[in-house]
Ligand binder design. Structure first.
Ligand SMILES: [Fe+2]
Ligand SMILES: [Fe+2]
Length: 324
């Protein structure tokens, strides 16, 4: 079994401090450029590095035989007794269904993000670069979700429904989220999927076509994370403490939602597994938990720096078995 040390993170690009200040709540410590300066930089980068998935992905290439669709370690069952009993071809089929599951969830959350971003963009000045970049990001996300949809066809698997309660929670988020909550939610989900896709694109046991789509997504998402991060460093310090506590709790709860989205019953049924056994194995899979913990370790330094890892939220994280 691969150990967590082979891992995904923590990423050094955020520059925050990990796990520091337990028991304390810190507010803004970072100076960021003003809104227009960030937007101009990101608009410039968008001109240089943007992709059209309909022409920049080799959709006509056939799948390579005997090749995984996700790195083995990212399978929800990797490291379990059930995984050990599966043949290599069955493991490959499982990763095919798991990728389809992740992409369908990706379309769901990106469409949700687009709605939130469009709603908040109504308040941005029509002649500002901040609005122009928000609209550019909306364009990126429409192309990403189109790419995920095309990949679902290519995989010929999925989509698989996820937990109705979690679906209801995201419905509330898209309809009622405040601007800081929208950016908080967008940023940590993007950070988690970015970590997983960076891991996947480096793995040459994975289908080249899958890695190509991971690469496109990683390049464009780097801009989205910068936009959300800078905006949060401007917005959060102005919020009263009670609202910061609410945001901190939302992140802790949201991580559980992302984790549950990765194991859906229909996905295991499609992969030819006993659903109850597979769900039980995935829920208690220590290796799967270690992978997600590495994703969490990448983004919590910034949330800590923003003052969004509080004593109360830390208790929530810990209650779910996460280390922050
Ligand atoms: Fe995206
Ligand atoms: Fe994004």
């Amino acid at each position: 079994m691969t150990s967590a040390a082979s891992g995904i993170g923590p990423g050094g690009r955020t520059g925050g401090r990990s796990g520091a200040g337990a028991g304390k709540t810190r507010t803004r410590t970072r100076q960021v450029p003003d809104r227009e300066a960030t937007a101009i930089k990101l608009l410039d980068a968008s001109v240089k590095h943007s992709f059209d998935p309909r022409v920049d992905v080799a959709w006509d290439e056939p799948w390579l035989p005997d090749t995984f669709f996700l790195p083995e370690r990212l399978s929800t069952l990797y490291g379990t007794d059930l995984w050990e009993r599966l043949s290599r071809s069955h493991r490959i089929e499982l990763t095919r269904c798991e990728l389809a599951n992740n992409l369908a969830f990706g379309i769901w959350v990106e469409t949700l993000f687009m709605q939130m971003l469009a709603r908040h963009s109504l308040g941005y000045h029509p002649r500002s670069n901040h609005l122009r970049y928000a609209l550019t990001e909306l364009g990126d996300e429409t192309r990403h979700s189109t790419m995920f949809s095309l990949m679902l066809d290519k995989l010929d698997r999925g989509p698989y429904p996820f937990n109705p309660l979690d679906r209801f929670a995201t419905d509330l988020l898209r309809a009622f989220s405040t601007e800081p909550l929208a950016y908080v939610a967008v940023l940590f989900v993007e950070e988690m999927f970015d970590a997983l896709q960076r891991y996947g694109l480096k793995d040459d046991t994975v289908q080249p076509l899958c890695r190509q789509t991971f690469r496109i997504h990683v390049v464009e998402e780097a801009r989205h994370m910068r936009f959300a991060r800078d905006e949060l460093f401007r917005l959060i310090p102005r919020l009263p403490r009670v609202r910061r506590e609410g945001l901190a709790a939302a992140v802790a709860v949201g991580v559980g939602l992302v984790s549950r989205s990765m194991r859906t019953p229909q996905m295991y049924a499609d992969a030819g597994l006993d659903v109850r056994e597979a769900m039980r194995a995935a829920r208690s899979n220590r290796e799967g938990r270690a992978v997600l913990q590495e994703c969490i370790d990448r983004f919590t330094p910034v949330y800590d720096e923003l003052g969004l890892i509080t004593p109360a939220s830390r208790a929530l994280w810990r209650a779910q078995g996460w280390r922050v």
